[in-house]
Design a protein around this ligand. Structure first.
Ligand code: PEP
Ligand code: MG
Length: 841
């Protein structure tokens, strides 16, 4: 049933209508027609036709009109390829003129007829004739008097009577909508939403079902799920004697779909129509394989379906909707997995700011650890702890954090720092704890003396003021917006189960403490890929012992402190092994950038002097002596292992003794021991010899045997380049892409946050390379290292354990490079599991 002009197509079940030629709305309407739903007659105009209209070439209007009953009113709606790209607003009641007004007065009464005509004249005046909206949009009422006033105003403004020819109406409306799409502001707007520069607009011309008249008439929208939670629920609005989107308008005294204490309902006014609507929506869900919002009109108690659009939804609703579609057999589990954006999953694991709520943004920084938290501003760790003891949530504000702030971080609801980047202390710890965190918020001015933060707009927030940090977006908000709780419900677990069935790369967690390990297990991580042992000493009691060890000047003194650390470490490892229940646990030997462990302030130095029972001046002198110009490139990692080998000896002994203890009452544990910051083969040889010796000693002391795997962290460019000579000595290589990125770019991971946004905004870096793996540069080193290492030792296990391990784009690269697993912060494990599954489907 094609019209003569192939570019204006009556929508039938078989008409050639496609989303990429006629737009999403036209395509959807055709689907509804195929389902035999009561859709008014509709003609679709292709992108090409609309483009030609904009250029001045009109299709055959008489031909279009001939598709509709004589005297029908029409409406025209936009139909862009992706509905999100928008388009000009719909124009209703096209064809309304004086003669039809008289007919409608008879049929519907003067009030209803005037309302229909008035609406058309208003939109025509503003959108087609482009007259001043102030003159035409606001009228006191919509009765016959207002109508004659507005027709008069039209004549005064244009020196012509309002046009009466329906064909002229339609042509003018089509032309104005086609041109609106080509306008610069419309183009910019849709490009911001991801539309290509040459995105086309289709238009649909539809027979108007007025929504006003005798019996129950009106219009509204309905959907079968809650848009925030995705839970089945009938949601929508309906307004008697209304058209278009009137039922959604602010101030419209809408009737509700179902009767409740807010007012009367469609259910009572037109019970048959209500039941039909629900059935239509359910059919659309099954056949279109998606939760749809139905746009409908009731005409004398009968339903017409004008359109269906994909239900707008929050992340948690998206997940529940996908799972329930798959559970109902409408889509496959794989498709449900594919429909969820892995980035959105992290929102579900944390509280979040209600996406619907207004936001009073007072600053932005790097979104370092997701989730949102509200609390009073505090400026020291001690205040954070005091606040926690009063059960008063607080946001800890620091220039940057150090191990001294750990207790404060534990006590705080969220952390905000002036400096730092994705891999600085606050960010790494925040993610580990699942604590919302924003770092590098350099758009705000911090004053730790006066305890004030100044927003870019000049507003000042002092200690005690309530703010919210949104660690998912990097926004700092004034006050307390409404929040949504974490949603680790059945739907989440089900989807994750489906994802795991598809995934072909392992996912481990970076976990330093029993609490981290427990989180990792809860999220079904397949082991621990990185336990940063120095983080086990952030606890204030232990921090002092750790510092004592760092301060010890003689080997004997150091041995004495190490003897105290040994049982602590052994207990830590026993706990980790037990929690992980036979899954691999990769323990990294000490890698303390020493500056992170020394007391930076006078107060801190005094406390340490007290603890060590030595004069403050000794502490100060020692801190001075140990000061490094470039601590990140100084005495850390294996360099400490080579120069002060007793530390690694102690740790190896703690690991092996814990192995025997944990194997005693469970599956045999095979610990993985990892050497950090290697750059030369000889470093590995030296450390390996000593660790093997410790293993032999423990075995012979206990008369028991165990296995262990020794591995190397590739964090320096040289280690990647020389992987072939390192690999034969090791069972695994794990790429530490935090340091490797830092060293490849020569870019300080602790300072880059200050200028990263400038770099990204100006397109120097496509993304923060500490956040998304630089597959070109750092990635080339990864590839080279992996290739060379595999050639030298084909049995080698390869992985990454930098923060990139939780980033979906970076995981894709690791999978391509055939790594065995990625390891990321525990809270990012579900994100990684989903992202990895999508890559395999
Ligand atoms: C790394 O450098 O990528 C790494 C995992 O180690 P850390 O972040 O502890 O330096
Ligand atoms: Mg490192």
């Amino acid at each position: 049933e094609l019209s003569k002009d192939p570019h204006t197509t009556l929508i039938t079940a078989t008409a050639p209508v496609a989303a990429n030629t006629h737009g999403g709305r036209a395509k959807c309407l055709q689907r509804l027609v195929r389902l035999d739903l009561p859709v008014p007659r509709t003609v679709a105009l292709s992108f090409d036709t609309v483009h030609r209209i904009a250029e001045g070439e009109m299709p055959d209007i008489a031909e279009i009109l001939s598709q509709f009953p004589e005297n029908a009113l029409l409406c025209v709606r936009p139909s862009s390829e992706d509905p999100d790209w928008g388009g000009p607003g719909a124009i209703l009641n096209i064809g309304m003129n004086d003669a039809r007004y008289v007919d409608f007065c008879e049929a519907l009464g003067a009030e209803a007829a005037a309302a229909l005509y008035l609406r058309f004249v208003q939109s025509y005046a503003v959108h087609v004739a482009r007259l001043d909206p102030d003159e035409f949009e606001h009228v006191a009422d919509d009765g016959p008097e207002a109508l004659s006033e507005i027709l008069h105003a039209y004549e005064m403004e244009t020196d012509e009577a309002f046009p009466q020819d329906p064909a002229e109406h339609l042509a003018a409306v089509l032309r104005s909508m086609a041109r609106a799409w080509e306008g610069t502001s419309a183009r910019l707007l849709r490009q911001a939403k991801g539309a290509p520069a040459d995105a086309g607009l289709g238009l649909v011309v539809q027979e108007m079902i007025p929504g006003v008249g005798q019996g129950e008439c009106g219009s509204g929208v309905l959907q079968l799920v809650d848009p925030t939670t995705g839970v089945p629920k009938i949601v929508g609005r309906y307004l008697s004697q209304s058209q278009g989107r009137d039922a959604l308008g602010a101030g419209a005294s809408a009737l509700y779909l179902e009767t409740d204490d807010r007012g009367p309902a469609l259910q009572d006014l037109a019970p048959k129509a209500f039941d039909d609507l629900k059935a239509h929506a359910a059919l659309m869900r099954t056949k279109l394989r998606e939760e749809m919002q139905v746009e409908f009109v009731i005409e004398s108690g009968r339903v017409h379906i004008l359109d269906g659009v994909r239900v707008a939804r929050a992340s948690r609703a998206a997940l529940r909707i996908a799972v329930s579609l798959a559970q109902d057999g409408i889509i496959s589990p794989q498709e449900a997995v594919m429909r969820i954006d892995p980035h959105a999953v992290s929102e579900l694991l944390h509280r979040q700011v209600d996406p619907e709520a207004p936001r009073d943004v007072i600053g932005t920084g790097i979104a370092a650890s997701p989730g949102a938290a509200t609390g009073r501003l505090v400026f020291t760790s001690a205040e954070a702890q005091a606040s926690a003891s009063r059960r008063e949530p607080c946001i800890l504000v620091r220039r940057e954090t150090s191990p001294e702030d750990i207790r404060g971080m534990h006590a705080a609801a969220g952390v905000l720092t002036e400096r730092g980047g994705m891999t600085s202390h606050a960010a790494v710890i925040g993610r580990g704890l699942g604590l919302p965190c924003i770092v590098g918020a350099s758009s705000m001015v911090f004053n730790s003396k006066t305890k004030k933060v100044t927003a870019p707009d000049g507003r000042v927030f002092a200690a005690g003021d309530v703010v919210t940090i949104d660690g998912s977006s990097g926004q700092v908000l004034a006050g307390e917006p409404p929040m949504l709780e974490a949603a680790l419900d059945d739907a989440f677990q089900t989807l994750m189960g489906w994802a795991d069935a598809e995934r072909d790369i392992g996912i481990r967690a970076n976990a330093d403490t029993p609490a981290d390990a427990q989180t990792a297990r809860n999220f079904n991580a397949q082991g621990i890929g990185l336990c940063r042992t120095e983080h086990m000493f952030f606890d204030p009691g232990r921090l002092t012992v750790m510092r004592e060890m760092i301060f010890a000047q003689t080997s004997n003194g150091r041995q004495a402190v190490l003897a105290r650390l040994l049982p602590m470490q052994r207990d830590d490892f026993v706990q980790l092994f037990r929690i992980m229940q036979g899954q691999p646990v990769c323990i990294r030997l000490f890698d303390p950038p020493l500056h992170e462990f020394l007391p930076g302030t006078r107060g801190g130095q005094r406390e340490l002097a007290e603890a060590l029972d030595i004069p403050v001046s000794d502490v100060t002198r020692r801190v001075e002596e140990m000061k490094e110009y470039n601590p990140m490139l100084g005495l850390r990692g294996v360099r400490l292992g080579v120069t002060v080998p007793e530390i690694y000896d102690m740790q190896a002994r703690a690991i092996f003794e814990a192995t025997l203890e944990a194997s005693h009452d469970g599956d045999p544990v095979v610990p993985e021991v990892m050497i950090p910051l290697v750059s030369a083969r000889r470093e590995v040889e030296l450390v390996k010899t000593r660790i093997d010796a410790v293993a032999a000693a423990v075995k012979s002391e206990r008369g028991l045997d165990f296995d262990y795997r020794l591995g190397v962290m590739v964090e320096t460019p040289r280690a990647a380049l020389r992987a072939a000579e390192i690999a034969p000595h090791t069972a695994f290589l794990s790429f530490g892409t935090n340091d490797l990125t830092q060293m490849t770019y020569g870019l300080s991971r602790d300072d880059a946050g200050r200028f990263m946004s400038d770099y990204v905004n100006q397109g120097v870096f496509p993304e923060d390379p500490f956040h998304v793996l630089d597959t070109e540069g750092v990635g080339e080193l990864l590839q080279l290292g992996a290739e060379r290492a595999r050639e030298a030792n084909p049995d080698l296990t390869l992985s990454i354990c930098g923060e990139h391990g939780g980033n979906p784009e970076s995981i894709a690269f690791c999978r391509q490079t055939q790594f065995d697993y990625v390891s990321c912060s525990p809270f990012r494990v579900p994100v990684a599991r989903l992202a990895a599954a999508q890559l395999a489907i």
